[in-house]
Design a protein around this ligand. Structure first.
Ligand code: NAI
Ligand code: MG
Length: 368
């Protein structure tokens, strides 16, 4: 059987630096775990603009649609800030998300014990935290019509519309329930059904999907404002949180900071299954291109490496190897390896991007 295909789009700034370490990890799984991928690389963002005058070439889009999974670094940087909106680096990423129809955005918030002191919350509130936020990514108030700034009488009015179809709610709910089956079988759905009709429909459809096809999943509903409070009060009560685009944007950023550094946070964006049975999938760190540290060998590659672990789990059904990789990272952190972004008040000497890669590969070797 042919190897699964991975398209790597390293992008700009620290993107290529952190992706360099991911490539070493991918090679390791190929040689040591007999888990080989056909890897190809292409350009996205500013790098694609420099080469082709567009942040995402049509050929690259076609390759992304054909790949079993796409791994993306980061896009953007000051060099491109003055560009016209239509060719800004971010447009490359938006086009990928839109044409791959990636409606389900997975944002884990996981606390590595060695970094529990990093949280702004008390250590025992976050130690051992492992939750997943599923955010609807392609609809809702960021896309609904009508939208715009209109004249109304003698003043202007700004309008955005929260709009969800039953089908849009149904598919993202299924994605959350499938995910919950691989975890602790608990989903909490968040909306504002008390004040929004779209929230009433959301709650109805989510409950209907659960009752019809996922009776093994424990489903609860919570108003999103209470959800925000609960997330910072007692985050460990949750397993999977399912929510819409707007609330998910805010709640996932909030949850992310429970666990510390931007350099540690992976994400996955999934679409409908293709004829291979795998979902369309894009994996990327949450952080951006970090122009302030680009080219200095300081970037933390862990967010990008954890994104590859998500690919192993969600695209390639190798949760066992994903867990091996996550355990290796846990070990390295417990041993005290820290890139500059992970240095606490106690000080010490940070290691470089490549040294962090070295440490993770050694821990992987030790896991055999
Ligand atoms: P950023 O995430 O690039 O950086 C924020 C801060 O976190 C910086 O101080 C940076 O040095 C630090 N940081 C981020 N990732 C790190 C890592 N892996 N290791 C160590 N430190 C890390 O966000 P910022 O500064 O707002 O945006 C910079 C550029 O990135 C902009 O052009 C922005 O548009 C773009 N961006 C791209 C994203 C993407 O590709 N998905 C997401 C967010 C921003
Ligand atoms: Mg956000």
């Amino acid at each position: 059987m042919a190897n699964p295909t991975l398209l790597i789009l390293a992008g700009d700034g620290i993107g290529p630096e952190v992706m360099g370490q991911v490539k070493r990890v991918i090679d390791w799984f190929g040689t040591k775990r007999n888990l080989a991928f056909d890897v190809s690389e292409d350009l996205v963002g500013g790098a694609a603009y420099d080469a082709h005058g567009t942040p995402l070439h049509d050929d690259t889009m076609a390759k992304a649609l054909a790949a079993d999974a796409v791994l993306l670094g980061a896009v953007g940087g000051p060099k491109y800030d003055a560009l016209d909106f239509s060719v800004k680096p971010e447009r490359g990423l938006l086009r990928l998300r839109k044409e791959m129809d990636l409606f389900s955005n997975l944002r884990p918030a996981q606390c590595f014990d060695a970094l529990a002191d990093f949280s702004s919350l008390k250590k025992d509130v976050v130690a051992g935290l492992d939750i997943m936020i599923v955010r609807e990514l392609t609809s809702g108030v960021y896309f609904g019509e009508p939208r715009g700034i209109f004249e109304e009488g003698n003043e202007r009015v700004g309008i955005n519309t929260q709009r969800y179809t039953e089908g849009e709610i149904d598919r993202v709910a299924r994605s959350a329930f499938e995910l919950a089956r691989r975890r602790n079988k608990k989903v909490c759905s968040m909306e504002k059904a008390n004040v929004m009709e779209s929230g009433i429909l959301w709650r109805e459809v989510v409950q209907k999907v659960r009752d019809a096809d996922y009776p093994d999943i424990e489903l609860s509903h919570m108003y999103a404002d209470n959800g925000a409070m609960q997330l910072v009060r007692a985050p460990k009560q949750f397993d999977v949180i399912l929510t819409d685009n707007l609330f998910g944007d805010i709640l996932s950023d909030c949850a992310a900071m429970l666990t510390g550094s931007l350099g540690m946070l992976p994400s996955a964006s999934l679409g409908a299954p293709t004829d291979t049975g795998r979902p369309r999938a894009l994996y990327e760190p949450v952080h951006g291109s970090a122009p302030d540290i680009a080219g200095q060998g300081k970037a933390n590659p862990i967010a990008c490496i954890l994104s590859f672990a998500m690919a192993l789990r969600y695209s390639f059904d190798r949760g066992d190897e994903a867990a091996r990789l996550e355990a290796a990272i846990e070990t390295v952190l417990a041993d005290g390896a820290r890139t500059a972004d992970l240095m606490g008040e106690e000080g010490g000497t940070p290691i470089s991007t490549t040294e962090m890669g070295d440490a993770i590969l050694s821990a992987l070797d030790a896991s055999l």
